[in-house]
Every structure is written in structure tokens, then in C-alpha cells.
Design a protein around this ligand. Sequence first.
Ligand SMILES: Cc1cc2nc3c(=O)[nH]c(=O)nc-3n(C[C@H](O)[C@H](O)[C@H](O)COP(=O)(O)O)c2cc1C
Length: 436
Amino acid sequence: MAAKPFHLAWFTSFNPPSWRSPWGGVSGEEWMTGEYHLSMIKQMERAGFDFIMFEDSTMVSDAMGGTQELDLKHALHSPKLDPFPLLPMLARETEKIGLIATGSTSFYPPFILARVMATMDHLTGGRVGWNVVTSSEDVAAQNYGIDKLLPHDERYDMAEEHVGIVKKLWESWEPDAVVMDRETGHYADHTKVSPIHHEGTYFKVRGPLNMPAGPQGVLPICQAGGSPRGRDFAAKHANAIVVTQPIVSKMKEYREDIRARAEKFGRDPDDVKVLFHLSPVIGETEDEAWEQHHRLFGMEDPLAIEKVLAMTAAVTEIDFGKYDLDAPFPQDLTTNGHQSVLADLMERNKDKTLRESLSERAQLGPQVVGTPTSVADQMEALMEEVGGDGFLILAAPHTRRYIDAICSGVAPELQRRGLVRTEYPHATFKENLLAF
Ligand SMILES: Cc1cc2nc3c(=O)[nH]c(=O)nc-3n(C[C@H](O)[C@H](O)[C@H](O)COP(=O)(O)O)c2cc1C
């Protein structure tokens, strides 16, 4: 059976690209102007990507050794600029591709979130989406006057209430509330704009929003819940779910689980697109690609080891620097951070040493290596096995050269096979995303 068409998206941050790479060029100097992401998204649109997604956090982590040193040395979580103001700039120079930015339900008051997102939806002509996260690091929380985040599952209760309010605010102006009646002089009809009078456990919001919602109304929601509570939340609200899972059978299992949960909430599972992290390694020949793979993920470079350890420490809030690299992967760890990430890591690496676990951790998704044609074959085969719905590309390394290898090599090959879109037939991002 031939694979069904699937979606491509790109996972990135508003942070420094791989500036040390021999192909880094001037990206290390110019990324803060937005120019790097601008050139990237233009290529992505030509290559039929559904959206670019900006992950976000607001901390300088000291989870490794109680110091900020490694986080700053590797530019892991800082510097990181706020992606919200970048989206309208990216939209001005592209036509249709979707733009997703992250907003935390623990830190953003729902009214501000609803307003800034709806404003961006107007500015972009209906092309933005919201990546809903609950945040998982106390060092970030402490920037907002919160000493300690709520317990993991309760953060999702708060997120439920938050998202519910945001949706009500987006709906607080009826679609025909703006009348602009020149005879009577009415701009808006007050009977069609209603307060929401929300009083809940975590928030109190009067409403209405002081502006009509954008072209998409309720915006497309992106989510990445991995724990049982997080999966329920994602299945209930999300149109796109992004997943980091290198094991193919677990990719399939995750997608099927999400689809079953979506049905439980009365949703059409086809309205929830599950996209899997992937960093294909691409060469002009198979040998060249494998050579690159070894350089990137062979974990021979002490700097690479340090970086992966610090990255894992920051999301799990566990100081991986204090464990012996050649001892078995520790199995007694707990966190109030990304619980499913930690549980998955312990399970997957129970027969490995910490050092042996690093290569897979660095790759995030399943291993795909080869020429543009063979990478396209592997992606097609993966989708057939998993059942859908597409990939979330993470550049490795993040250089213009890598973006070109995907957008001028792999994606056109997938487009020629009819597996990736060549056009965006609808007016809004949400309609295009849900069209197949
Ligand atoms: C692809 C992907 C992107 C994510 N982006 C963010 C992000 O931008 N900010 C954030 O705080 N968490 C982010 N997360 C973490 C998730 O929101 C979530 O906490 C994590 O997947 C663990 O699931 P759980 O919360 O159900 O335990 C991301 C996770 C994945 C897999």
C-alpha cells in the first residue's frame, strides 16, 4: 500500500543557530535580527511545509552543577528571544505557511495571551497557532514571582482552565459583531460582544476581549503532552501534537493512543495531527551521510557530550553531571519537570550506560541517514508503519546548508512522490493543516 500524504513542520527556537559549524556563516551574528529565520521560512514554504514551530522557555538553567555556566556556554536555553514579535515579520514575506509560537499557561495571564495571539492572527491573515505548554522549570517560574511550579498533573488542571478562558475570550465577539453601519454610526453592535465572567480555581477574568478574534477565530493549538495527563490534555485540545520518540513501535503506539483519547473526547481523530521529531542526516552519497552521522552523533567530542547532558539536565531538572558516564543509566530518578521524558529515558536505557544513551538522546527522533532519495524512502516507510501524520524536522546542525538539504533535496523528492503538499489551497493555516 502506498503511503498517504503527510505533513512537514520545522521545530526551532528564536536562538543562535549552529554558529560554530563550518557552514554557520554569519548566522551567529545576524540571528537576533530575524534574518536567519526569514530566509529559512521562505525555503520551507517552497518545500511545502505546513508550519514552523518556535519552542520557548524563559530561563537560564543551572540544573548542571548548580551553575549557569554550561547553559550559557552551549547557548542551550539562553540567549533566546521572544518568538511572538517575530511571527508577523515572517508572515510579511511569505504567503501561506503556518506560524506557531509557544505560550505558557503557568506564566501568561489568559487575557494577555488571548489578545496577543488574536492580534497576531489579524497581522498574519490567519496563519498563527499556539503551542500550549505548562512549563516545567522552577528557575523560569521564579521570574514570575512563583517560587515553585504546581505539581505536574495540577499544572494541566490549570492549563485546562486557562485554555477554556482563552477560547471563550476569542468567542466573546460574535462573528458579525462588527457592523460598521455608516447610517447609524455603529462600529460594533454591543449586543454581540459579551463578558465571560469567569471565576475558577486559578483565574478570574471578566472579558470580553477588547477586540474581535482573528480570521481563524479559535486558533489551532499545538501540544506535546507525553504523560497520561498530558496526553489527555493534548487529545482534547490540540490540532497538532509534536512528539520526540526514536522507537518506531512507540511512535505508532503513541499516535494510536492519542487518536483513541481524541475519540473519547468526542473529537474526530483526523483533526489531531501527530508529528514526530526527525533530524535526517543527508549526504550526496550514502557513505558521506554516514560519515556525517558519525561526526554528529558518535559522541566522541567532549563538547557534544557536555551539551547533551546539560540539555537533558535542564528539562528533567536532574544534574546528570554528577553521574558516572560509564555506569548503568540511573533508574531511581524522579522529577516535577518533564516526567514522561524522564520515564522514557530510564526505560529505554535500562541496559545501557549513561554514555551509551547519549547518541540516541542527541538524535531525538528515529535514525534516518542517506541521500535525499533514500531519506525520502525511509520517511515514506516510517509513515507507512506509524500510520501518519508527518514529521517535525529539527535541524542537525542548524545551518542554512542543512535547511537547503531538506528544502531543496528531501522535500522536493517527497513532493514528486505526492507525499508532501505543493500548494496551500485554503485561506487559513488551520484549514490547510486539517485538509488531509
Ligand atoms: C517537540 C516538543 C516540543 C516542546 N516544546 C516545549 C516548549 O516550547 N516549552 C516547554 O516548556 N515545553 C515544551 N515541551 C515539553 C512539553 O510541553 C511536555 O511538558 C513534555 O512533552 C512532557 O510531557 P508531560 O508534560 O505530559 O509530562 C515540548 C516537548 C516536545 C516533545
